[in-house]
Design a binder for this molecule. Structure first.
Ligand code: GUN
Length: 282
């Protein structure tokens, strides 16, 4: 392997250590409420790991595991209750919600000052104009990784594969604010392979195992794999064919142990930010 491995696990541990130290200096512990509707096993795993992260950072946390039959009103009432609770600084409603629930209305109902996911249109707007209160967790985590390894997007050609609201779009914005030249590719992009192969920084967030082949990686590129897929053998993998891409890339993230832990650490950082705001600490 020619590439340097970007160790998300180690970086996340460092970031969480810093968050814990800052949280300990606050008059009141940061508090996070995580809401899970339905019994999607992957979401269940995420929620459990968020509880562990809160413990590690010395946060107060609450978990709400609601049945798939939960009504829109019940969910909105829960969110309204959490909005009004002083000990809760951050509210995370795990997505996707089961069919029948209106995701947009739920995200709109979260107090923007408690929107640690950075999904509320107010926070998306702040992000778009370059004045974010919270960092979107996954793209923010990617930017931390680039910074830690001395990769500056300024003047670089950045290609983002995927245009989701959670990753692709906010990722493109953060790279743009960091002065990268950004292309966002998606299922209707005819020359996706060529565009990917022109990238100095390639971020893949599609969710398709084996999508990024060696010929889509420029020699010396930085390859960030955001996806979490299962291959035919049932093992966790990203979008990138890691072994072959690593022969060409200068830096590459593994799956697991790359972006995933950083997403979780950024959620803790955002919860700390929310707690500081709520407690008037700068
Ligand atoms: N589902 C997949 N990723 C995320 C995330 O970052 N936040 C929430 N709330 N749901 C998700």
């Amino acid at each position: 392997m020619a590439a340097t491995l970007i160790d998300g696990k180690a970086l996340a541990a460092k970031l969480k250590g810093e968050v814990r130290a800052r949280a300990e200096a606050l008059p009141r512990k940061p508090g996070l409420a995580v809401v899970l509707v339905g019994d999607d096993p992957a979401s269940r795993v995420y929620v459990t790991s968020k509880r562990k992260d809160c413990e590690e950072c010395g946060f107060y946390s609450e978990e709400y595991a609601l049945p798939a039959e939960t009504t829109q009103k019940e969910l909105l009432d829960l969110v309204a209750g959490l909005n009004g609770r002083e000990e809760i600084d951050g509210i995370l409603v795990q997505l996707p919600l089961p069919g029948g629930l209106d995701e947009r209305e739920v995200l709109l109902a979260i107090d923007p000052a408690k929107d640690v996911d950075c999904f509320h249109p107010y926070n998306v707007g702040q992000l778009t104009i370059g004045a974010p209160v919270f960092q979107p967790c996954t793209p923010g985590g990617v930017m931390e990784m680039l910074r830690a390894y001395g990769v500056d997007p300024a003047g670089k050609r950045c290609v983002v594969l995927g245009r989701s609201n959670i990753v692709g779009k906010p990722m493109a914005l953060l790279l743009l604010h960091a002065h990268g030249t950004v292309a966002v590719c998606h299922s209707r992009t005819p020359d996706l392979k060529e565009l990917a192969a022109s990238a100095d920084i390639l971020v893949s967030a599609v969710g398709k195992a084996g999508l990024v082949t060696a010929d889509m990686v420029k020699e010396g590129a930085v390859v960030i794999d955001v996806a979490m897929n299962r291959n035919e053998a049932g093992r966790l993998c990203g979008d990138v064919r890691f072994e072959e891409a690593a022969e060409r890339a200068a830096y590459i993230t593994p799956v697991p142990g790359g972006v995933g832990p950083m997403t979780r650490a950024m959620l803790m950082k955002n919860t700390l930010t929310a707690a500081m705001l709520h407690q008037g600490v700068r």
